[in-house]
Design a binder for this molecule. Structure first.
Ligand code: SF4
Length: 280
């Protein structure tokens, strides 16, 4: 495997022309997180209680009363930072309410959040996953799989779970009937070796059907800038070559129309559009 990424030019008549638009309702549980991942804008300490009163999470109220939950969506994503203020049962109930109000498939929480509740409440992973399934989730979010390469993870997110732990939780999720979803963060300096090793971990999931690539952010962060377009397309080519049965998706909210055409032409087949975002 080459260290550098190699883009292979594609003739215009070989470019693909269609993709599926997925309308997403994103529900953010909290915009604060103690874990300090350097690529995340939720990464600031949760304020202290006592002299610094904390606004309680309003997730349960929100999911019972907000009219947006009656809208037509293809996917509901529930994600957020890590909070010590609400127990696991609070989030489980909120997911259950969402499920009773909207028929769309629910992608709920991630391996990182499950690790948090496993550590804080000492609940076995199997139990957490079965309860997530019972509450109405159909898949576990890809959080924690940005790049399954422990050296990189130690550098940018040292408090998170290891690549091996992420894989173990997703394998268990599959055995509990939850679909696995993975991501791949494409950043300047990513190499062919990074992508190859990342995909080698993902190949150990029997039911993986979707990888979300994450190259763009509305505002660049300190550690994560936009990658070169040819590197991004080379990553798409590598995924298609190594995991041809897996669909590639991208959030197109902040992507120009030219870039959308390029990505679609190279085989990114699912375009996520977030028209509504609900914050607890
Ligand atoms: S664990 Fe997730 S929400 Fe928390 S800082 Fe890291 S990426 Fe952000």
């Amino acid at each position: 495997m080459e260290e550098t990424l190699q883009y292979t030019p594609v003739k215009p008549d070989k470019l693909s022309s269609s993709w599926t638009i997925i309308h997403v309702l994103k529900i953010t549980t909290t915009r604060a997180c103690w874990m300090q991942c350097r690529f995340c804008d939720f990464s600031h300490f949760v304020p202290l209680v006592g002299n610094n009163p904390v606004k309680p999470l309003a997730l349960l109220n929100l999911v019972q009363t907000d009219p947006r939950l009656d809208g037509p969506y293809d996917l509901v994503k529930i994600r957020g930072g890590l909070s010590f203020f609400e127990p696991w049962s609070y989030f489980r109930s909120a997911i259950r309410h969402i499920h009773t109000r909207n028929p769309a498939p629910i992608q709920a929480l991630s391996a990182v959040e499950l690790m948090h509740f496993h550590r804080v409440e000492k609940k076995p992973f199997q139990e957490l996953l079965e309860e997530l399934r019972w509450a109405g989730a159909s898949s576990l979010g890809p959080g924690g799989s940005e790049l399954l390469w422990d050296e990189w993870r130690q550098d940018v997110a040292p408090l998170r779970l290891s690549a091996k732990e992420w894989l173990r939780i997703h394998q268990l999720a599959e055995s509990c009937g939850l679909q696995s979803r993975a991501s791949l963060m494409v950043f300047p300096g990513i190499t062919g070796r990074h992508v190859h090793d990342h995909l080698a971990v993902l190949k150990q999931l029997r039911g993986l059907s979707v990888i979300e690539i994450k190259p763009f952010r509305p505002t660049p962060l300190f550690t994560v800038d936009h990658p070169h377009t040819l590197d991004l397309l080379a990553v798409v080519q590598l995924i298609r070559q190594e995991l041809p049965h897996v669909l590639i998706e991208i959030n197109i909210d902040h992507i120009s129309h030219d870039m959308r055409d390029l990505l679609r032409g190279h085989g990114v087949s699912r375009a996520l559009v977030t028209q509504e975002e609900m914050d607890a």
